[in-house]
Design a protein around this ligand. Structure first.
Ligand code: NOJ
Length: 494
C-alpha cells in the first residue's frame, strides 16, 4: 500500500514537472544593448538550495529537512535520487563561499540575491536568536560588499521553520506575528548594509504546489499538482496571512527609515491566449492566469483581492479576513515588484484541466525546457501588462534562467558548452531591454542561478547554473553561459 502510494505520488510529480526536450539553438553574436544607468546585474539563489550545513551551529530544522528525508524522501519519489540539502553546494562553509564570491566578482555582477534561512537565525521560528546564524549572514553580506556586490535579500524562500509548521504554519493567524518578528530581526541586524529586501518568494508556487503536496503527504493522500480549487478555497487564510505578514514587514521596514527598498517577488505565470480556439476557453484561461498572478499581486499593489476570484474561492467564508485587515494591506506601500520568469507554462489545447490546472499542449514553435516553453516575446508583453495594471511599478527581474537535465548538458573535456542556456539568457536580456524601451520601469536582472544547486523536489537532477558544480567534489566550472554573461557585462561597463 505504502509503495503504491509512493509510486503514484512520483508519477504525479513527474507528470507535472515534465520531461525535458532537446532544443536546438545557436548562440548569436553579442549585441550591444543599452540599459539605464545604475541597472543592477546579478544572479540569484536561495538558502536551502545552496547552503548545506543544515545541522551546523544551532540551526533548527525547516520543512525541507523534514520532507526530503525519510520517511518522506520527496526527491527520491520524484527522481529516484535519494538526496537532501545537508551538503547541497556547501556555501555554509565560509572558505567555499569566499571562493564563490571570487567567481561572482570575475563574472562582473554587482548584485547577488540570497535568502536568509529563518530557522538558522531563529531555530524555533520565534524566540531565542541563534547568534552563530546571524554571524554567518553578516559574514556573507560583508564578503559580498567587500567585492562591490550588493546583497539583495529574500526573507522567505519556501523554508518554514519546522517548529512553526507544526503549529499550523501559514494557516495559523499567529504566522503574521511570527513573520513580522522575524523580519524585524533581519532589519535590525542586516538593514544597515542590505539595501534591497524581498519579503516572499513566489507565494503562489509555495501554496499551490509545495504546501499542498506537504499537506497531502501528511494526510496520506494523493497530492494533486497543482492544488485543487477546493484546496485553495479552504486554504484562503494561508494567502491572507501572507498578505498581512507582507504588509506588516513593509510598514516596519519603512518605519525604520533605513534608506533602502522592500518588495515581494512572484512567479510570473503567462499563458498563450492565442492558442486557445474558443471564447469560453480564453475566458477560463484568463481566470486561471489571474489565480496565479493577480490573486497575489492585487492586494499588494492595489490594496484589494480580485473580486471575481475572491467570490469564487469563498474567501469571505474561508479567508480569516477580520475588520481592519484590508486597511492594513492598503497601508503598506511596497517599493517594487519582483518577477521570476522562466517560460510560458500554459498551453491549453483544450482548457479542460480544471480551474487551477495546467495542460501542456504541444507547440512546435516554442521549444520546451524544464519550467515551461521558451517564449521571450510573451515576457515582453507580460511586463508591459504589469506596467498597465499596476501603474508603472518599479520592477526587478529577480530570477530568469533555464534548467536542463544531465542528458542535455554534459561536462566534456573540462568544459560545459551550454549553448541552450546561453541563447536563452541572451534572448531574455534582450526582452528586458525591449520592455524598458516600451516604458516598463525595470531596474535590475538576476540570472537563476550562479551555480547548479538543489532544485527542491527534483533534487540535483536539474541544473540551472551558469557555473557547473560537481556535487561530489564541490568543484566549480564556469559554463559557456558564464563566459557569455561576463563578456556582456564588460560591454555594459563601457
Ligand atoms: C523559482 C524558485 O524561486 C527557485 O527556488 C527555483 O529553483 C527556480 N524557480 C527554478 O525552478
Amino acid at each position: 500500500m505504502k509503495n503504491t502510494y509512493f509510486i503514484l505520488t512520483s508519477i504525479a510529480i513527474m507528470l507535472f514537472f515534465g520531461i525535458d526536450k532537446h532544443i536546438n539553438a545557436q548562440t548569436s553574436a553579442n549585441e550591444t544593448l543599452k540599459f539605464p544607468k545604475g541597472f543592477l546585474w546579478g544572479s540569484a539563489s536561495a538558502a536551502y538550495q545552496v547552503e548545506g550545513g543544515t545541522k551546523a551551529d544551532g540551526r533548527g530544522p525547516n520543512t525541507w529537512d523534514k520532507y526530503l528525508n525519510p520517511p518522506y524522501s520527496l526527491a527520491k519519489m520524484a527522481t529516484g535520487q535519494d538526496v537532501n540539502g545537508d551538503v547541497s553546494i556547501n556555501q555554509y562553509d565560509r572558505g567555499q563561499f569566499l571562493k564563490d564570491v571570487k567567481l561572482m566578482k570575475e563574472l562582473g555582477i554587482n548584485t547577488y540575491r540570497l535568502s536568509i534561512s529563518w530557522s538558522r537565525i531563529l531555530p524555533e521560528g520565534t524566540g531565542k536568536v541563534n547568534e552563530p546564524g546571524i554571524d554567518y549572514y553578516n559574514f556573507v553580506i560583508n564578503a559580498l560588499l567587500k567585492e562591490g556586490i550588493q546583497p539583495l535579500v529574500t526573507l522567505y524562500h519556501f523554508d518554514l521553520p519546522l517548529a512553526l509548521a507544526n503549529k499550523g504554519g501559514w494557516m495559523n493567524r499567529e504566522s503574521v506575528k511570527w513573520f513580522t518578528d522575524y523580519a524585524n530581526l533581519c532589519f535590525d541586524r542586516f538593514g544597515d548594509r542590505v539595501k534591497i529586501f524581498l519579503t516572499f518568494n513566489e507565494p503562489s508556487i509555495e501554496m499551490y504546489f509545495l504546501q499542498s503536496v506537504f499537506d497531502a503527504i501528511d494526510n496520506r493522500q494523493m497530492p494533486q499538482i497543482p492544488a485543487s480549487e477546493k484546496y485553495i478555497s479552504e486554504h484562503f487564510a494561508h494567502i491572507h496571512h501572507l498578505m498581512l505578514a507582507h504588509a506588516n514587514a513593509v510598514n516596519a521596514y519603512h518605519h525604520r527609515k533605513l534608506g533602502g527598498k522592500i518588495g515581494i517577488t512572484y512567479n510570473f505565470m503567462l499563458c498563450d491566449l492565442d492558442s486557445v480556439p474558443t471564447e469560453n476557453g480564453k475566458k477560463s484561461l484568463e481566470l486561471v492566469k489571474k489565480a496565479w498572478n493577480n490573486l497575489f499581486m492585487d492586494p499588494v499593489f492595489k490594496g484589494e483581492y480580485p473580486k471575481e476570484l475572491f467570490d469564487r474561492l469563498k474567501a469571505a467564508q474561508y479567508g480569516d479576513i477580520q475588520p481592519g485587515d484590508m486597511d492594513l494591506i492598503k497601508s503598506a506601500k511596497t517599493d517594487f515588484l519582483g518577477i521570476n520568469y522562466y517560460g510560458v507554462n500554459m498551453y491549453h489545447e483544450q482548457p479542460t484541466a480544471g480551474f487551477f490546472g495546467l495542460t501542456t499542449g504541444k507547440n512546435p514553435d516554442k521549444p520546451e525546457m524544464f519550467n515551461g516553453f521558451v517564449d521571450p516575446d510573451a515576457f515582453v508583453k507580460g511586463l508591459i501588462s504589469l506596467k498597465e495594471q499596476y501603474n508603472s511599478p518599479e520592477i526587478y527581474i529577480t530570477e530568469n534562467g533555464a534548467g536542463y537535465g544531465e542528458q542535455d548538458e554534459k561536462l566534456e573535456n573540462g568544459k560545459v558548452n551550454d549553448a541552450l542556456r546561453t541563447r536563452y539568457i541572451q534572448r531574455h536580456i534582450k526582452a528586458v531591454n525591449q520592455a524598458i524601451q516600451k516604458g516598463v520601469n525595470i531596474k535590475g536582472y538576476c540570472v537563476w542561478s550562479m551555480f547548479d544547486n538543489l532544485e527542491w523536489i527534483m533534487g540535483y537532477s536539474r541544473r540551472f547554473g551558469i557555473t557547473y558544480v560537481d556535487f561530489k567534489t564541490q568543484e566549480r566550472i564556469p559554463k559557456q553561459s558564464y563566459y557569455w554573461y561576463q563578456s556582456f557585462l564588460k560591454e555594459q561597463q563601457k
